[in-house]
Design a protein around this ligand. Structure first.
Ligand code: BES
Ligand code: MN
Ligand code: ZN
Length: 521
């Protein structure tokens, strides 16, 4: 009892920790000092965007740009110190290709990362960049995403103490601060906070985030938001529904599994929902088919799909988007024990299909089999998109540049591909050949969960999940290669990326129903 209590206290204090990042503000006038970030696409822009600089400072900046042979390309930076009242003037190049919103987010993220250790306020001169208020809000989103840190368990470092000025505001300078603030509050802030929610869950170790605490964190995050219904199926409820695929994965762990359902109905939305089904393995040891020890710790992040699904609905609900969306998080811990599934076991999934579990490390597809079947039966959705850190094979094929996309519906795939481009989270479509059905035939059950020798591993995993859906348009996103980053990008610090929220938020807001082309083959 006492141990339980201490544990509850640790969990509660973790819940209340504040996110560590500079607050985002908008203003028309530059502050009198601190760091100034000055985006420039050419030498001429110094005169129009650099109006807060006095004549001598502007002249010095101009000379520095010329003498550094500054190229003004996106990604180019030049940091100048000791000029005028500014602790730093950071020049960022802006010329280049690509979607404008993505480029503005990249700019905001670079600014936040380069000035993270500045001991005082930071201002970004955004006047004349993109289209006004929306552009300023995008810079805010990028700054917030790029400035993410996870410091919950770090004690103060005497060598590098955090200085109070590192939490001073980041102000975006724009022509109409009120409009920019409104755009940020309407479209930007909810998205950034949802990504923080997901990154926290993914980064938290598995002794803190397990199926029940994932559910608690979710309830906490949605508290007070209108139009949301949350339900968590426990073991008896899942037994009643015949969800033996997810139950078989959870059986090896002392932490019981959960099937978490978060439904959001926005104002005016009567449509059939889009369901996002997320793989939520809170730790993947491999089970009896145990993984090698080196790098196993990263499997605390094997619930990144579930985090992305729930966080997308959080972003939509917080911003009152006029959509109907459901997240189903299939939560279980995959552990070896005397009660764990053995290779060769056969289980019957919710939709009646039987599965021969040849490898207990192919557990994501098992929990998702029941999640997508539940989605189809309970919601009659317009589409199901599952998102999962499913296979090492997808990262061998696509690295950390693209997540894998699988769908039998060209129309659905195209909507996801364009949402990915618009969100700066890119997908690459991979095949779902009909022969995969034959490859996955089991000797004693309806399907087996792996193919000996591997084969096209990412596609086979996708096929397996799709075979538990009867006739709903469906797509599968394999994010195993993109959800953990070994190096930072402007909007994703090194570590757990929280991939898919920007993409799925865009996808659901723009969703147009597609004709059914899914089939069981
Ligand atoms: N969670 C892993 C996939 C994974 C690997 C995610 C590396 C992130 C980084 C998944 O459950 C798994 O173990 N997949 C196996 C499938 C195999 C047994 C068919 C794999 O990829 O090796
Ligand atoms: Mn596994
Ligand atoms: Zn896994």
């Amino acid at each position: 009892m006492r141990r339980l209590l201490t544990f509850a206290l640790l969990a509660a204090s973790a819940l209340s920790a504040a996110p560590a990042a500079r607050p985002i503000q908008f203003a028309e006038q530059a502050p009198a000092g601190g760091a100034l970030v000055l985006p420039l696409g050419s030498a001429d822009e110094l005169a129009t965007r650099g109006t807060m600089l006095d004549g001598a400072t502007r002249e010095a900046v101009s000379r520095a740009l010329a003498s550094a042979d500054f190229r003004y390309r996106a990604g180019d930076t030049l940091a100048l110190r000791g000029l005028g009242p500014w602790t730093q003037i950071l020049i960022l190049g802006t010329t280049g290709e690509g979607d404008q919103a993505v480029r503005l987010q990249t700019l905001g993220g670079t600014a936040a990362q380069e000035t993270a250790r500045e001991n005082g306020p930071v201002a970004i001169a955004a006047t004349g960049l993109g289209t006004g208020a929306a552009a300023a809000a995008q810079i805010g989103v990028g700054a917030r995403l790029g400035g993410y840190r996870f410091d919950r368990y770090r004690s103060a470092d005497p060598e590098h103490p955090r200085r109070p000025g590192e939490d001073a505001p980041l102000t975006i300078l724009t022509d109409d601060a009120a409009a920019a603030r409104a755009a940020w509050q309407r479209d930007g802030e909810a998205m950034a906070e949802a990504v923080y929610f997901a990154r926290d869950l993914i980064t938290e170790p598995a002794n803190i985030i397990y199926p029940e605490s994932f559910v608690e964190r979710t309830r906490e995050a949605f508290r007070g938001i209108d139009g949301v219904r949350i339900e968590a199926l426990d073991v008896p409820a899942m037994e009643q529904l015949g969800m033996n695929a997810i139950l078989s994965v959870g059986r090896g762990s002392a932490r019981p599994p959960r099937m978490l359902i978060v439904e959001y109905r926005g104002p005016g939305s009567q449509d059939a929902p889009v369901v996002l089904a997320g793989k939520g393995i809170t730790f993947d040891s491999g089970g009896i088919s145990l993984k090698p020890g080196s790098g196993m710790w990263a499997m605390k992040g094997d619930m990144g799909g579930a985090a992305a699904a729930v966080a997308t609905v959080l972003s939509l609900a917080k911003s009152r988007a006029p959509v109907h969306a459901v997240a189903i998080a299939a939560l279980a811990e995959n552990m070896p024990s005397g009660t764990a599934s053995r290779p060769g076991d056969v289980v019957r999934a919710m939709n009646g299909r039987t599965i021969e579990i040849l490898n207990t490390d192919a557990e994501g597809r098992l929990v998702l089999a029941d999640a997508v079947a539940l989605a189809e039966q309970r919601f009659r959705p317009a589409a199901i998109v599952d998102i999962a850190t499913l296979t090492g094979a997808v990262s061998t094929a696509l690295g950390d540049e693209y997540a894998g996309l699988f769908s039998r519906s060209d129309a659905l795939a195209d909507q996801l591909l364009s949402a990915g481009r618009a969100a700066g989270e890119e997908l690459w479509r991979l095949p779902l050949h009909k022969n995969y059905a034959e490859d996955m035939q089991s000797d004693i059950a309806d399907i087996k969960n792996v193919v000996e020798g591997g084969g096209p591993g990412a596609g086979l995993g996708a096929h397996f999940i799709g075979s538990f859906i009867a006739d709903t348009p469906w797509a599968h996103l394999d994010i195993a290669g993109v959800d953990v980053r070994s190096s930072a990008t402007p909007t994703v610090p090194e570590g757990m990326a929280g991939f898919g929220i920007r993409l799925l938020d865009r996808f659901i807001r723009d969703f147009r129903p597609v004709a059914d082309t899914s089939r069981r083959d």
